[in-house]
Design a protein around this ligand. Sequence first.
Ligand SMILES: Nc1nc2c(c(=O)[nH]1)N[C@H]1C(S)=C(S)[C@@H](COP(=O)(O)O)O[C@H]1N2
Ligand SMILES: [Mo]
Length: 454
Amino acid sequence: MSQDRDDDLLLKKNQVAGNGLLDRRLFLKKGLQFSAISTLVSTATLASATAETKKEFDPANPTWMKQPGKAFSPYGLPSEFEDDVLRYPSPNEVVTGNGVSWTPLHKMEGTITPNGLHYERHHNGVPQIDPKQHRLLIHGLVKNDLIFSIDDLLRYPMQSKTCFIECGGNSNAGWNSQPHQAEAGYFNGMVSCCEWTGVPLSVLLNEVGLRKNAKWIIAEGADAFAMQMSIPIEKAMDDAFLALYQNGERIRPENGYPLRLIVPGWEGVLNVKWLRRLKVTNRPVMARNETSKYTELQPSGKSRMFTFPMEAKSLITSPSAHMLLKEKGLYQITGLAWSGRGKISKVDVSADGGKTWAEAELQQPVLDRSLTRFRLPWQWNGKQSVIMSRATDETGYVQPDRNKLIKERGKHGFFHYNAITRWQIDTDGFVSHIYENDETTKNNSDISIDSGWD
Ligand SMILES: Nc1nc2c(c(=O)[nH]1)N[C@H]1C(S)=C(S)[C@@H](COP(=O)(O)O)O[C@H]1N2
Ligand SMILES: [Mo]
């Protein structure tokens, strides 16, 4: 049967939305498995087990089979052939140590961020803290001030939680008047997801004893920026915790060693790294990062402040910007969805610029406030196509398209950009970032954020 007839048959039997979106269960259906997957791999490759190519597969041929391999190592590193899977540090940082490095989401699979690829955001460098000298002070509107060493904290009963951390400024190039052309991770990769382990904050707050007028907690970091952030007491008592471990090992210096605050689902900036002090107060401290930053004027003339939870968002990571589809045929669209308000309940995908949608398969288990992997098979017909994803979370919140976001928030936003991202695949297979045709793309006089953070 010819390739085209195969393609037609696949479409006829499995298409669930316009422009070739196929049933998410396609790869799970037993009978279809073989034919579907073989179309996914180029027919040229499959058909090529000729005498010529068989020579490439000489069982005794690879050099790594002719001599013993390397011995053991005390700490494992990625294969040298994966040396392009890297964080991307902001090129235009003005002060050394103030900037960001993005997680390469477009080069990764699954949902967990390896520690060496967790995005970084520092305001004044990474302090090299000696855990023996480090102390945490809890004071303010409490009955007894307490000082903890790291060894003290390591003796407490621990809990683990997998959750994402996302900078409030993630994807903020989306506010630009022109679509930002960068790889998916180097545009949206100020989000990462780890299993964090540590001590519930409520345990320590109960130990110091909150006074009646305790309303806020001010968390302070031990870096040269002395980051301070205010957190409402309800959240502090609910699910915030002090993390000592990241994906099973002690937290990396870049991510807050030896102690960091985790505030699940809320703006990254609240997750104070290198935590040294928690002051219980009756009002917020009104620090730089809750006044001159993170306060945003709305079209109504009012400002948004203390916009804590990160709203539901999703993003196709493959195919995505700057990738090249070599030929028409079957592809797996995949990406990530997350919500600071709970679990992702569904992700819809469109391959026709939003005219029709189909529900993607969610990788199980779907975890609260964690990156969630979605996948959907797609038969690309070689024509210009626009693919996009739309997340819905368990509160019923639906990720907005860009026009809706701009209508609500104005054109000069900086934080909390969670609009639907559109990737356009051209006839030559090249993928780029586009906006829906709207008035905002035509107005070129707006501010331009090449790589913003905060
Ligand atoms: N002490 C301290 N904590 C901090 C910061 C900082 O510069 N200093 N940056 C904040 C910001 S803006 C973000 S987005 C997250 C980034 O965490 P990460 O570097 O582990 O990804 O840490 C927050 N906590
Ligand atoms: Mo941030």
